[in-house]
Design a protein around this ligand. Structure first.
Ligand code: 6R9
Length: 644
């Protein structure tokens, strides 16, 4: 990497930054030398009912136990609401921008507090108690934030399921954690179309006997069936409930939420986050990575169904008393200027999106961007997948007009919040690099044997010690937690990502090294798609890999072996794509299906995915060693009949 590719810290940003370089260096040194003292100080950003005296108690070996601030008590919702009322009760907490450009509203901290208290009382009245799990299946409406905070207020654990998931996926995620209640809506809106959430929920609930109560938000007014004795309207129960509510006193290590994410097996993992450490991490990272100054308008375009929405639409910004924008729509509706129109309309200062959105907008050229002013923008962010330098440069030059630093934030559902990112006033950027760890984060690279690598090198990205926002377990399956994250490399948290480190110590995330693919910034387990495909009566076997995709980052390439009497027709191909959409959701729909009379397997029957990835990427002249295959002939056939 040449120096020409370094984008230095801007003096005007550094001058007003919360963390200029000297402070970053000082904090990084202090967090490494004395983590207990560092976090004892830093945790004061949260209002504790009882301040913690024990700070860090974590162990990455044996049974793995992660505890932070373990004798402290607090309430996450009170931190996002009550504590702001005196100073900024009338400040806008949430700007909501609808799918329809004529639809928007502003909700102050006082109004949000009242709505959350009402829903908290309504949930309690239904018998939902501390420690119960409530599943949330909502579109991007204000009530989604209200639902999360109401759960947190009474000590119920929320489990949000992305509104794009199918009835089956929703049912699996309800059954896994035995949730007692569901909060959903009649319908969602996206890009001018309606999403039948209540209909999906009804289908899912047929196999979810634990759910006793369903609260339905009237979002579109669409005609939906209500089941007597189970379903109630959100508007009715909140209107009937009191607007006063005392938040539950929660221990720092009481669960705050479960969020399902894809792993290398077919079964999604219920990532468990607890209250104290997560809140400290959400607040710390939101304030410093985005250099958030009071009064600024901050917009993260993620969906609350993903971790980015949890930490950087709801908990981080609201804990910090920010004005957070929630967007119901999509980047290209009604047209590809929409993001920038919304930026101008609400005078957004900080804008945080995913590379896939940038790449999709790039295709339309600079015209739709130039139609808007964007003068309010100060800082840009990227998350979800590696951002290719071309997209980085376009984002920087065209959207930010060379004025706004870009924070390329690397993190995961499991990490709770950002771990590696430039701080805008401290760290020079290099397009495509997430740069350096935040203070208190210790990323290392190891080789296949777990040997620590030093200097400029490439390897498996691990984190050597705990940080407050780290996941604590997989819900109901601690053994799988230990197995998945701490057994590959003993004593280290293994991220599943590969990375390169350059001579300046900058990290360049190269992507997943496991069987997880990243489609438009959404994590998909290849095994999940395979399981869905083999459920079809005409499919005998399926192998799914990722392949480079210009817009999505990675696309889904499926090799399908049919049962003996099935014909490989175009109609069947379409049917299988629709089948996966229905089984999992639209995000899992394969981009390419190749008929495979046989799959390349080792003599022990293991599918050689390395070869399938090469064929999918059209790198067929570098297939590598195929001599260990049971039948090398199948490879020739797959290469000759490559699809796509
Ligand atoms: C926050 C989020 C996590 C996976 C992660 C990595 C990829 C996320 C990235 C990035 C390169 C970045 N990833 N941010 N890769 N640069 N800035 O996306 O969580 O959905 O759990 O995905 O996404 O591969 O392991 P999650």
């Amino acid at each position: 990497m040449s120096d020409a590719d370094v984008v230095p810290v801007k003096p005007e940003i550094a001058a007003a930054a919360l963390i200029p370089r000297a402070r970053y260096d000082e904090m990084t040194a202090r967090a490494a030398a004395a983590p207990d003292e560092f976090w004892a100080e830093e945790c004061k950003r949260i209002d504790w009912m009882k301040a913690p005296t024990k700070i860090k108690n974590t162990n990455f070996t044996g049974d793995v136990s992660i505890k932070w601030f373990e004798d402290g008590t607090l309430n996450a919702a009170a931190n996002c609401l009550d504590r702001h009322l005196a100073e900024r009760g009338d400040q806008v907490a949430i700007i909501w921008e609808g799918d329809d450009p004529n639809d928007s509203k502003k909700v102050t901290y006082r109004e949000l507090h009242e709505q959350v208290c009402r829903l908290a009382n309504a949930l309690s009245a239904q018998g939902v108690k501390k420690g119960d799990v409530v599943t949330v299946y909502l579109p991007m409406i204000v009530e989604a934030a209200v639902a999360l905070l109401a759960c947190a207020r009474i000590g119920a654990i929320h489990s949000v399921v992305f509104g794009g998931f199918s009835p089956d996926s929703l049912a699996n995620r309800i059954q896994d954690c035995n949730s007692v209640a569901l909060i959903t809506a009649d319908e969602g809106r996206r890009g001018g179309r309606k999403v039948a959430l209540k209909l999906n929920a009804d289908e899912a609930l047929k196999s979810c006997p634990t759910v006793k109560n369903v609260i339905v938000v009237k979002a579109t007014g669409g005609d939906v069936a209500m089941q007597a004795g189970r379903d109630v309207w959100y508007e009715d129960v909140t209107a009937a409930a009191s607007p006063a509510h005392t938040p539950a006193e929660m221990n720092a290590e009481d669960p705050l939420f479960i969020l399902y994410t894809s792993g290398s097996t077919g079964k999604p993992k219920g990532v468990l986050h607890t209250t104290g450490g997560y809140m400290v991490w959400a607040s710390f990272t939101h304030q410093y990575v985005f250099d958030y100054h009071p009064g600024e308008v901050y917009w993260c375009t993620a969906d609350v169904g993903w971790v980015t929405g949890h930490t950087y639409i709801v908990y981080g910004p609201l804990a910090n008393g920010a004005t957070t924008l929630m967007f119901e729509g999509i980047p290209n509706y009604p047209d590809t200027s929409r993001f920038w129109q919304v930026v101008d309309k609400h005078q957004v200062n900080i804008f945080y999106t995913a590379p896939t959105a940038i790449r999709a907008l790039m295709r339309d050229g600079e015209g739709p961007v130039h139609k808007t002013s964007r003068k309010s923008l100060r800082i840009l962010g990227s998350v979800g997948e590696p951002i290719n330098p071309e997209a980085w440069n376009w984002y920087y030059r065209v959207v930010g007009e060379n004025r706004c630093p870009i924070v390329d934030t690397w993190w995961q559902t499991e990490t709770g919040g950002i771990l590696i990112s430039p701080l805008p006033g401290a760290i020079a950027q290099k397009p495509g690099s997430a740069t350096l760890p935040l203070p208190g984060v210790f990323p290392i690279l190891v080789d296949g044997e777990g040997q620590r690598l030093h200097g400029a090198t490439e390897g498996n990205l691990c984190i050597a010690d705990s940080w407050p926002g780290q996941m604590r377990s997989l819900y109901g399956d601690h053994a799988r937690f230990v197995q998945t994250y701490f057994s590959t490399f003993k004593g280290l948290y293994f991220t599943g990502d590969g990375a390169r480190r350059d001579a300046d110590g900058y990290f360049w995330i190269t992507g997943r090294v496991d069987d997880v693919i990243n489609v438009s910034g959404h994590r998909m387990g290849t095994a999940e798609v395979e399981s869905a495909l083999v459920l079809h009566p005409k499919v005998a076997e399926a192998a799914v890999v990722g392949f480079p995709h210009e817009i999505k980052g990675q696309g889904i390439y499926a090799y399908v072996t049919l049962v003996a009497d099935a014909e490989p027709t175009e109609a069947l191909r379409k049917e299988l794509v629709a089948w996966v959409r229905k089984e999992i959701g639209p995000i899992a729909a394969p981009d390419v299906i190749q008929w495979a009379p046989g799959l390349p397997k080792t003599r022990s029957g293991k599918i050689m995915r390395r070869i399938l990835r090469k064929i999918a990427a059209n790198e067929t002249d570098s297939l590598g060693d195929t001599s260990t295959l049971a039948d090398p002939g199948v490879v020739t056939d797959l290469v000759d009949n490559r699809a796509g």
